[in-house]
Design a protein around this ligand. Structure first.
Ligand SMILES: [Zn+2]
Length: 103
């Protein structure tokens, strides 16, 4: 899974016209919201691939630390069905819902 993401990220990075644009590009273009350029779309996909990769790496760390499958919120076990759907899940459904609401 991590290898897949690494591959997607490097492909996407190769497609980007400006490789060093970095995080947080300016948001001062008032009417840029109506039409997403190809570069913006790639940037968005790349961003989500990166954050997914972070989740996967965190899950791998938890496997090393023998805490994989435990909720980082309440310490309870994450149901197996949830781990099958989201192998990188770090919280049980209840804690994830609380965490998402807080953001
Ligand atoms: Zn929990």
């Amino acid at each position: 899974m991590r290898d897949d993401l690494d591959r997607s990220i490097s492909i996407l990075q190769g497609e980007r016209p400006a490789p060093m644009s970095g995080e947080g590009y300016p948001q001062d273009s008032a009417d840029a919201g109506s039409t997403l350029s190809e570069a913006d779309r790639t940037e968005a996909i790349l961003h989500s691939a990166r954050s997914q990769r972070d989740e996967v790496l965190a899950a791998l760390d938890r496997i090393d630390a023998n805490t994989y499958g435990r909720c980082v919120g309440c310490g309870g076990e994450i149901p197996e069905g949830r781990l099958e759907a989201r192998p990188d899940a770090s919280r049980c459904v209840g804690c994830q819902a609380k965490h998402t609401r807080r953001r």
